[in-house]
Design a protein around this ligand. Structure first.
Ligand code: NI
Length: 173
């Protein structure tokens, strides 16, 4: 079972490598990552967060009906993603990260983004996303470039979480 990496682990700051061939091993990794994401109740997970420095992330956002019923979302898989055409319109929301437990801060991001990537079968696709799904994609894509959401918050917020960040580093060392 793949295990989660936490803030302070150098792999989270590395630029991940492209996947050369989408094969059975890739699908195994995706299946394992989906398990970890579900267990941790996340809506997105990038490979570096489970110790694999490769350009792959997944996302699943469940929907809740007006009656409070949870409809499981589709598992989206992005391999060697390329993001483009961010909307001018931005939007702010509190983000968290499975690798930085307990911390949530406001992050501004474009409302919409276009992604070109390979799917789980190695087939290329291009799609435009908006809202929470777009935000999640941009957050996960940052992980592939060694960036974290705490790099995108105000200096004031960053100062405020300095202590908790140090505590996470220490705890998971
Ligand atoms: Ni994250």
């Amino acid at each position: 079972m793949l295990s989660l990496r936490y803030f302070g682990d150098p792999i989270l700051r590395k630029r991940a490598k492209a996947i050369e061939k989408v094969d059975e091993e890739t699908r195994q990794i995706v299946a394992e990552m989906a398990k970890v994401m579900k267990q941790q109740r996340g809506i997105g997970l990038a490979a570096p967060q489970v110790g694999l420095s490769i350009r792959l992330f997944i996302s699943r956002i469940d929907k809740e009906t007006n009656e409070g019923e949870i409809i499981p979302g589709e598992l989206l898989v992005f391999i060697n993603p390329r993001l483009s055409e961010p909307s001018i319109q931005e939007d702010v929301m509190k983000e968290g990260c499975l690798s930085i437990p307990g911390i949530r801060e406001e992050v501004w991001r474009p409302e919409e983004i276009t992604v070109e990537a390979l799917d789980i079968n190695g087939e290329p696709f291009k799609k435009r996303f908006s809202g929470l799904q777009a935000r999640c994609i941009m957050h996960e894509n940052d992980h592939l470039n060694g960036a974290l959401f705490i790099d995108r918050i105000t200096i004031r917020a960053r100062t405020r979480i300095e202590q908790p960040l140090r505590a996470i580093k220490k705890k998971y060392k």
